[in-house]
Design a binder for this molecule. Structure first.
Ligand code: 5RP
Length: 231
């Protein structure tokens, strides 16, 4: 596994004294990501509290963009900001997708899915020419740690769980696609190996490990600025 986190540049980020430090960092990362969006783009919108800072920023700029949302919650929030959100059906590619993450390791592996939207988030990220991840600085970790979110097929759930040690069902509603949310609490020694194991396990719809190859850049909010990380 390569370990080549590169600090490429620093950009100014907005600071609101009323917000707690981490909230300021999330907002600064989101504002920097919004700057990457231009008129005419097809944009994938992630899910979560960091993306919630992105949406008003995009709305404020009155851009001529079309968006695909990764969750019903994001769709509602985006429309409230005047952003045009359409179905993903009939859209083969996106110019950019912007989303948060639960953890980012030094080689660019992500854990996502704390909000249970990782299946749609992964599909949207994979369809995008650029996948930009926005995080507060506490999401940058020296190594990934459990839990790793999973979405499981409801069909045959008990049989799937029997083949998956260290997996606990999440107390959460089924996903918009009818999947059952769960979390893997075992070791995450080698993210690539674990991701391959999950991908080979029948009954897992999607796991929350996102490989560095999928990530174009990470914008990490810091006190007063944003770090840009490329892998
Ligand atoms: C939802 C996700 C989120 O992007 C991740 O949980 C980070 O969320 P937040 O920005 O609220 O910290 O993967 O499924």
């Amino acid at each position: 596994m390569q370990s080549a986190r590169r600090r490429v540049s620093r950009e100014g980020g907005g600071v609101d004294g009323e917000l707690a430090d981490l909230e300021q960092e999330k907002r600064a990362a989101a504002v920097a990501a919004a700057d990457l969006v231009e008129d005419g783009m097809l944009v994938g919108l992630g899910t979560g509290t960091t993306v919630a800072y992105l949406l008003p920023e995009l709305g404020r700029r009155h851009l001529d963009i079309s968006c695909v949302a990764t969750s019903p919650a994001t769709e509602v929030l985006a429309r409230r900001e005047g952003i045009v959100v359409g179905p993903f059906e009939g859209v083969a590619r996106l110019d950019i997708a912007i989303d948060g993450a639960d953890q980012v390791d030094p080689s660019g592996w992500l854990i996502k899915g704390g909000g249970g939207a990782h299946t749609r988030e992964k599909i949207v990220a994979a369809a995008a020419d650029r996948f930009v991840v926005i995080v507060s600085s506490n999401k940058l970790v020296p190594r990934l740690a459990p839990p790793v979110p999973l979405e499981l097929m409801a069909f045959g759930l008990d049989a799937t769980l029997r083949s998956l040690p260290h997996v606990v069902l999440r107390q959460a509603p089924v996903t918009p696609d009818g999947g059952v949310l769960a979390d893997y609490h075992g070791e995450v020694d080698d993210p690539g190996q674990l991701a391959a194991r999950f991908s080979d396990t029948v009954g897992i719809v999607a796991h929350g490990l996102f490989p560095p190859a999928m990530v174009s850049r990470v914008l990490a909010g810091r006190a007063g600025h944003v770090d840009t990380l490329e892998f």
